[in-house]
Design a protein around this ligand. Sequence first.
Ligand code: ZN
Length: 392
Amino acid sequence: MGNDGLVRRLFARLQLVLTTLVGVAFANAATAAGERTFPFQHIEPAPLINGWQMQSETYVEPSVTERLEVGKRIKVPDFGEPGRWYVQRLTERTYFMICNAFATTAFVGDEGVLLVDASNTVEPDDMFTAIRSFTDLPVRALVYSHAHTDHTGGSFRLRDALAAQDIELRIVASQSAAREIRAHQDNVAPPTEIVEDGRSIFRFEKWDFVLGTPIVAAHSAADSYVLTPDGVIMYVDFNYPGRVPLAYISSSINITGWIDFLRHVLGEDWQIANLGHANVGYKRDIERTFDYLGDLYDAYATEIYPTWATGSAIGAAVEKNGPGLTAGVFWGNYVDQSAEIMAQKVWPKWQHLPQSEVIRSHAYKVFEDCFLNWNPEVGAVRPDFTPIPPRR
Ligand SMILES: [Zn+2]
């Protein structure tokens, strides 16, 4: 190879480096301008308007010794100090614990502690330190509210940390949760004890706990509520304390089922709830959530359905976009447009509540439920919101 060849190869290498550098620069510019991500469907982050506290509520500093007065809330932001557990005593034996926005319930028995939920953000050592602030007893049992990994994926670490102390963790879950866990390749530690769906009782030491799994599809395909013998209920990814729901109604799979699950929760006898996030809840929170969702269903019936039933909604879209309009693009635009109209309708009444910044996402989920599951020709587009008493 002569000098000529060497120069040509060096030149080729230089060209490659330059091309790569320019390519990276262009890619960065394109991302910065947002040109590479869904150019036709921009969505802006919701600006924070309300924050997490409500003027009409009383918030107290968390305490591991003083029981929370029923009706009050705990002064703890959704995102507290990272890695720190905030603990509040609720009753004689039950505690509310929250860390990195994910909550756990702890029930102190005579020989050990029962927990409901262990998020995949849980560090067992930090959790054990927090538990030692109110008892020296070891954790012996874990119950799953549902099989979503963000609430129960810490089960592996917890189980292993206890095994290192020669404690075999007892894990209680519903039939449905066990099925969902298997279906997702054992995404959380499999239960050692499977409890029948419906309304079942399991025992921890000398106490009876209720594990209610009343609905086939609600937030997930395996939602349970856990009711302690001292009147604390835990159910997760449903309503919020004094607020409208989480964005996209907690990414739930069936909104009518979500409502029916809460009707069962309302029918049970309890004083205070651990909602899995944010703060403690009361029955009045569910009632207000029902009032809010009822307004969204009404908005579908008055603002959306009439133009669908007459065909004018489709006609207007075809006229605007031309005869080449595909069904898939029509649907995308129709869903977004309908959610926007429904959100605008309910906004004036509900804008003062925390999380109303994401009303449009709630409207989107209710729109889907209305469109797919309800038929205004048969009756009102409105789920039943009355409590369902437990069948014992
Ligand atoms: Zn969930």
